[in-house]
Design a protein around this ligand. Sequence first.
Ligand code: NAD
Ligand code: ZN
Length: 357
Amino acid sequence: MNNYPEYNASIIVTDNLEEELGKIISHYPQDKIFLVTEDNCELQCISLIINTPGFANFKKVVLPAGEENKKLSSVEKIWLFLSQNGADRKSLVVNLGGGMLTDLGSFAASTIKRGMDFVNIPTTLLAQVDASVGGKTGFNFNGLKNEIGVINQPVSVLIDTRFLRTIDKPNLVSGYAEMIKHGLINSKDHLDEVRKFDLNNPDYDSLRGIIARSVAIKDSFVFKDPFEKNIRKALNFGHTIGHAFESFALESENPLLHGYAVAFGMIAELYLSHKVCNLPLAIVADLSNWLFDIYGHFAPEENQFEKLFGLMTHDKKNEGARINFTLIPAIGEVAINQNCDKNLVFEALDFIRNFNR
Ligand SMILES: NC(=O)c1ccc[n+]([C@@H]2O[C@H](COP(=O)([O-])OP(=O)(O)OC[C@H]3O[C@@H](n4cnc5c(N)ncnc54)[C@H](O)[C@@H]3O)[C@@H](O)[C@H]2O)c1
Ligand SMILES: [Zn+2]
């Protein structure tokens, strides 16, 4: 079944980045373009936009890189920079960076002077296929991920795979998990093409098409349900258990990259999909083998199950104490709002713990 959804014109996957950015900024006064980036991207990424017409007039703020800097003081730094440099409601903020930066820059632009236009130029695979699209913005607060934020859409998202040449392998593999998720929830064709992609020898030209189709899947769910009242929850597949693994790893000071946590979360939720929605066990086994091959060994201890379950009940996507899952009855299909009880969740954790490779 080829069911790639309609492509949203504001998401542009391009090998002509400077021309595309030039077209967008031509709608704004030249002295009202503000570049927000972080220090790694200042070194590795700015060179790909430096020849944009008018670039010399961009005013720029550079934040410290890293998830630990996704915090209020960084937002304040952007607000101050915009405020002191005469930004107004006719201005454009250009966010250049991974998901940490696009989340922060989008939030700052969305909130200053009751909202300013912004463009995202994502520079990691995770940000290209996921974080920069969909309008979720924000920062970490009070020890909680993305605790403060708003949903507000960018004017445009410009995706160029040349940025990916400088990201490290774990970050490439992390973003790849979200493409796998898009295939699982929406399209077997997409899953197949993602599976054929050689992560050890990445061909960035062919990756351009794969990213375009992957991001179009995310965008189609966002378009139908921007505020996640119903079908956008499809995108949470693998994330309920994945977030628990991610938070647990963070507390034990042995952090897991987001995509790795989601990959292991997907294995557990594939098992739940078998139990609750009759996804055939042979498919669960095949996909689990493949995911373990890419993401490596992962086996939560039995004495961690209670804690993991507690983290799932605190996930902000749950209503009350029920654990609400998005599951897949078949590859390319979703069932949202599937409640699972504690015994079944423990069974799924056991499945991942005992998986016989
Ligand atoms: N808004 C959403 O819908 C959404 C969805 C998923 C994830 N997120 C957020 O995204 C963040 C994770 O994003 P991420 O994985 O991109 O992390 P990140 O932005 O921290 O980037 C990972 C690392 O790669 C570096 N980097 C970025 N681009 C590079 C490049 N081209 N070359 C070399 N190094 C580069 C960064 O400096 C950083 O060290 C989290 O904060 C998460 O909450 C948001
Ligand atoms: Zn994710």
